[in-house]
Write a protein that binds this ligand. Structure first.
Ligand SMILES: Cc1cc2nc3c(=O)[nH]c(=O)nc-3n(C[C@H](O)[C@H](O)[C@H](O)COP(=O)(O)OP(=O)(O)OC[C@H]3O[C@@H](n4cnc5c(N)ncnc54)[C@H](O)[C@@H]3O)c2cc1C
Length: 429
């Protein structure tokens, strides 16, 4: 009898959802997800912002009260943001669909066919440019004038539906932004089983193979059995499962630290625009217009109405130095990171000054980051298999954990391309 092969996929973010969608059919897929359905932020931001003066919002971790799918962790000097729930962190993403596989290419990994397929399959567009506000157009022109070479950001988006509310990172209220919940829907429609509220703790390994996947669901302990196991619990989730299973990771955590430089500019209405409409690629960092909700709610210096705030985001490719030790995440800005960040801040200050915010009225935001990865980096040795030799033969990692370097750039598209390749390697086997 031909028994259908089985696979367990852990996580429903960029990597996990793509794996589940690609494998369901040839395999019987079971998807294990720690969180539940995604619920967008549904409070009126203006009314809520009045509460900032009461001192009610004093710790960034409280954001989970307003947005339960957003999980905050603090390291020595920054706040880490990730998504928990169906769709993973892609539900909190600003929808940027940027290809950034230079480091993979340098290892000899050519993902051209996977990117081509993704451009065909997914709603990736720059059409939002037609709806830009005057403010965004002026900012874009200023970036051009300053030689910053802005490019219109390709977005996972139905541009027709976008209402320019600027809520992309707290849950698109009109369903214009695409995220990986759609892939999970496809996998489930094709027969995959989705188990939510199910936190994978560890794997049991025997004779070089994973024999079972262990998880907690409420107070219940569960075990799952499958021919193939795919870990895609994200750059902070997968290393914990590996370490709990006796597979050490490297202290090479990167996070792409984000810092906004902002200031008051009455009536600018930068908030009436999708976030990060354009990006300027600089040496080791990117710049983009972005209003940071964490700083807006939790940083006293940001106590202006959102409509009067001008803000430019820096996203840095940090040094790959950081680790996870049980519940603790160790990540600091290296001297090199700090020096590069200072340079970027100076650039932003100049932009804001030219927009009309004098330097003495400018302020920084909360140092935060949302692109964790790199603790099991791919090397040239894995260029054909995308599978580390020391892993059990039926265990694959398919998320940001295997990215070789910090990119200082949005990684979703690249993670999905990698996942697609890994799925085809598993199918070929
Ligand atoms: C505010 C914000 C905006 C962003 N915007 C963009 C953007 O515009 N474009 C872009 O490319 N990137 C963006 N990113 C980054 C991007 O979302 C992540 O890098 C990407 O989603 C990582 O994919 P992943 O598969 O590694 O993990 P994730 O997408 O984080 O998925 C991990 C999944 O695993 C689940 N999980 C974790 N632990 C367990 C466990 N033990 N058991 C079971 N399940 C578990 C989680 O609940 C989650 O569903 C943004 C990030 C943030 C925070």
């Amino acid at each position: 009898m031909n028994k259908q092969k089985t696979v367990v996929v852990v996580g429903t973010g960029a990597g996990g959802a793509m794996m589940a969608k690609e494998l369901q059919g040839d395999f019987q897929v079971t998807i294990l997800e720690a969180g539940e359905s995604f619920k967008p932020f549904s409070y009126p931001v203006n009314r809520l912002s009045a509460w900032r003066r009461t001192g009610l919002f004093f710790d960034e971790r409280m954001i989970s009260l307003l947005l339960p799918n957003m999980v905050i962790a603090k390291t020595e000097d920054m706040v880490l943001v990730r998504g928990k729930g169906i769709g993973g962190t892609t539900t909190l993403a600003t929808g940027n669909a940027v290809r950034c596989d230079d480091a993979l290419r340098q290892l000899g990994i050519d993902l051209d066919p996977e990117f081509e397929a993704l451009y065909q399959e997914l709603p990736i567009t720059t059409e939002h440019q037609k709806k830009w506000t005057d403010t965004t157009r002026k900012m874009y022109a200023l970036f051009e004038e300053m030689g910053l070479n802005p490019i219109v950001t390709p977005k996972f988006l139905d541009a027709e539906k976008c209402v320019g509310c600027g809520h992309c990172a707290i849950g698109c209220p009109v369903g214009a932004k695409w995220d990986t919940r759609k892939l999970i829907d496809q996998a489930v429609a094709a027969g995959a089983r989705l188990v939510t509220g199910c936190t994978v703790t560890d794997l049991r390994i025997h004779n070089g193979k994973v024999t079972s996947v262990h998880a907690k669901r409420g107070r219940t302990r569960l075990a799952f059995y499958a021919d193939v196991i795919v870990l895609a619990a994200g750059g902070l989730g997968t290393p914990v499962i590996l370490e709990n299973s006796g597979i050490p990771c490297q202290k090479t955590l990167f996070v792409d630290p984000v810092l906004c430089v902002a200031g008051p500019l009455p009536g600018i209405r930068q908030d009436r625009q999708l976030l990060m409409p354009f990006i300027s690629q600089q040496d080791g960092y990117i710049l983009s217009p972005y209003i940071d909700y964490l700083s807006f709610f939790f940083d006293k210096r940001w106590r202006y109405p959102m409509k009067d705030l001008a803000s430019i985001m820096i996203k840095l490719a940090d040094d790959e130095k950081g680790s996870i030790d049980g519940p603790r995440i160790h990540k600091t800005m290296s001297q090199n990171d700090q020096a590069r960040m200072q340079k970027a801040v100076a650039r932003c200050r100049e932009i804001l000054e030219r927009m009309g915010v004098p330097e003495n009225r400018q302020f920084l935001g909360i140092l935060n980051a949302g692109h964790p990865g790199g603790m099991l980096p791919l090397t040239a040795a894995e260029k054909n298999t995308l599978h580390h030799d020391f892993l059990p033969s039926n265990l694959y990692v398919a998320d940001a954990t295997i990215l070789p370097k910090a990119m200082g750039n949005p990684p979703i598209l690249t993670i999905m391309a990698l996942a697609k390749r890994i799925a085809s390697l598993i199918l070929a086997k």
